[in-house]
Every structure is written in C-alpha cells, then in structure tokens.
Design a protein around this ligand. Sequence first.
Ligand code: DGJ
Length: 723
Amino acid sequence: MALAVVAGPADARVAVDEAGRVFRLDGAQVTYAFGVDEKGYLQPLYWGGALDPAAPLQARATRELSGFDPAGMQTAQEYAGQGEGLVTDPGLKVAFADGSRDLVLKYRSYRLEGETLAIELADIARPLVVTLRYAIDEQTGIVTRTATVTNRGRQPVRIEAFAAANLTLPGASSYQLHFLSGRHAAEWTPHAVPLSPALTVLESRRGSVGHGNQPWLALTRPGQTTEEAGPVWFGALAWSGSFRLSAQTDNIGRVRVAAGYNSHDFVWSLKPGESLESPRFYAGYSHAGLGGASRTFHRFQMERLIPGGAAAALRPVLYNSWEATAFDVTAEGQMKLAERAAKLGVERFVVDDGWFGQRNDDKAGLGDWTVNPRKFPQGLKPLIDKVHALGMSFGLWFEPEMVNRDSALYRAHPDWVLNFPGRPRTEGRNQLVLNLARTDVRDYLLGVLDKLLRENDIQFIKWDYNRNWTEPGWPEAGPDQQRVYVDYVRNLYFILAELRRRHPGLEIETCSGGGGRIDTGIMALTDQAWTSDNTDPFDRLAIQDGFSLAYAPAIMMAWVTDVPNWANGRTTSLDFRFLSAMQGGLGIGADLNKWTAGDEDTARRWITAYKGIRATVQRGQLYRLVRPTEGAAQTATLYVAPDRAQAVLFAMQRGSQWRDQWEPLRLAGLDPAATYAVRVLGGGALPEGVPARASGAWWQNQGLTLRLRGDYVGLGLVFEAAK
Ligand code: DGJ
C-alpha cells in the first residue's frame, strides 16, 4: 500500500496512506505507526527500529476473546476511552451530565499542522472529541505526543482521568520495567522489575513531581537488553505536578501504558466549548540498550528541550555557601567568600537562603522578598558589584511559592495558601504553599520577582521549593477546585517563561530540596537542576547514575562540599570530591574560609582541568561503563565529545580488598581508526600499564586495566584524538 510523505524534513516524516487509514512517523531509524481498523478503532501498529517504506502495515479489527473480554478491550487502542468494558488504564475517563460513563473513541479524521500530525477521535455518539498530536524528531526518532479533549456538547463533562498517551507493545514472554524512586537526599534510585498483569503505577500525588517517583519509565526485554545492547522503549511526561504513569501486561501479554495527569483526587469540569490539553509525552526507542536510550534522550533534551537548545551556554563553575553558612549570610561574609571563590576560578557566585525578610532560620521570612537590612545594610548592590568586579556572574536564591506563617505576606494574605477552610494547615519545614493557581497570586509573584530582577543586576536564580502539598484546597474555586493540580503548574510555567522573556540572558536552576522537581516540563524553562541535597561524593555517584538514566548531565549540578559530609558523616579526599562533582555541572559548596593554601591549590587545579573537559562532559555522549550496583567496589563513566575528538574517563573506587584489580575497562564511542593520546586529568603520571597513545580500536577492544589503591579514590583520564 502506498504511503505518501505528507510532512516533515528530509530525515523525519509523517506519512499517510491514500485511504487515510495508516499513519507512520519515521525519523532517525525509528518507525512509529498506527492505523484505523474496519470498526473505526485507532490501533497501534508498530514502534521500533526503522521499517522499509513498503512495510505492509494494516490495522485489523479484533474480535472478542471470550465473553469476558469484549472487542473494545481486546483491541489495543492507540488512545482508549473508558467504555465498552475496558479493563486497562484508559487515555480518557469521563462522566457525562446524565451520569453515563461510557466513552468509546473512534477515528474521525486527520490533518497536518506543519510537521505535526493531528488525529481526531470522537465518541461514537456524544459530541466529545479527542485530538491526538504527533511529531517525530529527525535526530533522535523521539515522538512527541499530546492529547486534547474538547466538549462540543451542551452540558459540562466531568473528566476523571486524562492521559497524554496510551502505549502498547506486542505480547512477549517477558518485559522489564525500569523506573526511578527516592526521597529527600536519596533520590534517583534505579529499579528494574518484571512487568506483569499486576498494574504498576509510578506517580506523584504531591502536587509537585516530588522525590518519590520520576515521570519517566523504560521497558526492556530480559535476556536481550543490556546496558549497551538490545531494545529499549522509553517515555517521559513533561509535567512538574502530580502525574501518573502506569504499566502492566494485559490478558494476552501485551504491554499497556498510560501517562498523564494523576487521576487521584482529580476531576475537571469541561464546560461546553472548552478544551483541556494534556502535557507532552516523549516516547523514544533505542536498540542500543539502556545506555543507547539514555544517550538518545540526552541528545533530544540538549537539542530540543533545554532553553537555547544546542546553542545553550555551558554551565559555569559556581559557588554556593548554603552548606558553609546556612542562614548566616551577610554582605561582608559573602564578599569574603566571593574573593576566595574567584581566586579558584569560580565563574558564578550564588547567595542562597537567608538574605531576605526576617529569615534567620527556617521559621520566618519566606514570602517577604525584600533584602534584610541588617545583613545587607546597603542592599545587594555592593555585593553584586563586587562579584562582577571579581569576574563572576551573580545568582540569588528564591523560594517564591512558599510562605512562613511568620511573614508579612502571610499576615496580609492568609487566604493565599492552599487550604481547606476550617481544617488544619499542615506545615512542612514551617512553611505553607501559596496557591499559584490563583491569578492574583501568580501576578503578585511575577511582579515581585520581576521588580527584583529589574532593580538588581542578577544573572541567575536558584528557584527552590521545599515541601509538597497536604491540604490541596482552593476554596474560592468551589466545586471546580481540583483544577488546582493543573492550573498551579501552568501558572508556575507561565511565571518562569515570562521572567525569561522579560530578562533575556537570565538563567534559572530548578531545585526542590535537592532533586524534587526535575522533569522534562520544567527542563524547558530552566537551565540546570540541583540534583540532590546529598552532597557526599560517593552517594552522589549512585545519584548521578540514576539521574542519567532519564536526564542529561548537561543540567546535572553537583558541589564539592566540606567533610565529614552532612548527610552521612563520611570523610573523603578533596580529589575524590572533585572527581565526583565534575561529572556534570561543577559547583563548590564548601566553607572556603576553612580551606588551607593546599586545598586552594588542589581546587584550582581541578577547576582548570574541568574547564578543559566540561564541553565533553556536558555535551558529550555518556557511557556508563561500570554502574554503581549495590555493593560495587568500582564504577566508571565515560563521556565522549560529539566529534569524538575527546573522551573523559572517570574511574572511581569505593574500597580496596584482596589486592584486587579492575576488569579491563573497554571504552566506547571513539573513532576506531583515530589515535588517541591519554593523559591524567588534573595532572600526574599515567598508571602503570596504560600506554600513552593507542588507536580508538585498541581502547575499545583491548581497553585498559587500572589498579587503584585505597578507599574512596578516583582517577580521571583524558583521551585526545591526534589531529
Ligand atoms: C534546599 C536546597 O536544596 C538547598 O540547596 C538550599 O538551597 C536550601 N533548600 C535552602 O533553604
């Protein structure tokens, strides 16, 4: 059957057959296809490695399996309505005004909106329409999907569950589900569990993403998929609020996934004529294992999602005094630290919590974004000028969405926080959450932040968020108050986008008590992410490994801090701390006043070394050569520059035992024919047995054997291709 290319650049395309029954997206060696069957259901047809143009794709109507499994259920619908006995998670679940909850979505039409394919589905009888949108990225084959539901009837429709996408994979003997979990200071733990008929739900009910689960998953085939080989299907929801990703195998072993707003405590009344749009869902495929999947998604994030895309600036080396001074920030103290930081080669100086209102501890001041006159008698200007004179950019911490009860803002507007009248207002870290869903609160915050940025020469803000929701009430919205889950996040995005528009060049870090609000939604509006409050360099290796499964090292910040580490009391060398922290965006969070001249020399050496490799670390391809599995004594990561001219290997050892040797580390991603000279990152002699130069083929096939001695030691090696 002939498929005509109807949209897209040369390497990415959308094709539709003459009859308008088969739809195909092709890009970067990936094909994603779906089609309409004789009964009008839209069915997924294929998702995986590229198919040939003549592939005989066709949707065929499915019969009931038994009296217990009707046809609508057995048909793997591309986007299913909750109706006709569906027992897997739907795309959309509604209740109509007359109480009916039967929704059967069938294909209506398609249209092209530029390079986006829009497919219209509608209920078989009622005027409720769902528009699915698809676009494929020519560099990575990642498909971006959204759904929009529109009420064309005369009565409101109650939306009870709404996903951006359903996904189906064909039945197979087994699938493995990969996801990430965690808690404060212990985020990004990877899990891999067999997918089964038991529904697995990855979700946040917290109003924000939270530290618990990530809106990301990957599916692999046990026995076929490894770190560097085999099929991986992965997806991420671009949403910074409560989300729900569910996965299970159905009654015939197919994988069924739904991803969208969390339906827990959520309803949305869709008035006549209104639409509700889902967040975006990114769906990718790689045949090169979890490593290949990560690299594909990293590339997509770096080129398509982060502000500025491929032209985005590299992350500067920053200093932040939070661990050193906590709330005890003063103009004088910060200036001293700034002088010391600048001498080390730091490029950005960030003042953290404690500069505003009556913020002397975490009990007061949140909400009052005016400079504390006792701490900064002449305002921020002298400090900012000093930081600039030292050659660094200036950054400031905010936590705009929060108030302490003990704040002028809360005293003036106690009704501005999320609350249920007459019920307790549960505090977390002594703070309450402002209801950003309210337009007046949104506009107030935007105004305050905009004014501060207009009046001060600030290049960077760290946007923090230190609790989740407990009483998610919005009394003024009456029966519609569960909209808060969507309107809040939309208004957060609005403020971030508006600040960026009004202050070109401003950079923003997303932070939520460490990595509690990182996802592909906020990624499009922020330049970097604070990965975790856990700054122990060994714990951090595991945190960074988990983070990198889903997100790019380009945005992953880490600091070198003091020992013993606050999180676990562990003492490590400064070298080890630097080698761990420089595997993404490097920062320093130590009390520099306590550093000896020797510490400063060490830091200068590492910062200089980092600047020589950071483009490779931040923009390169990451190979997780030896992953930090439970109890692992050694780990190794390799970053390869996009042009393969440089590669950087970080080999890190937790502890020595039995005079053991490392297994040969075989590098990857190099040009086999090129000759690479190797040197030690930060200086020093090459380890015994490592040749000074060899071909890419040698490094990849023969590899190198290291023997690190001691506990918590590391080694960085830089491979440069001969010109
Ligand atoms: C939590 C952040 O993750 C820390 O880095 C620091 O900014 C504190 N909040 C300040 O309250």
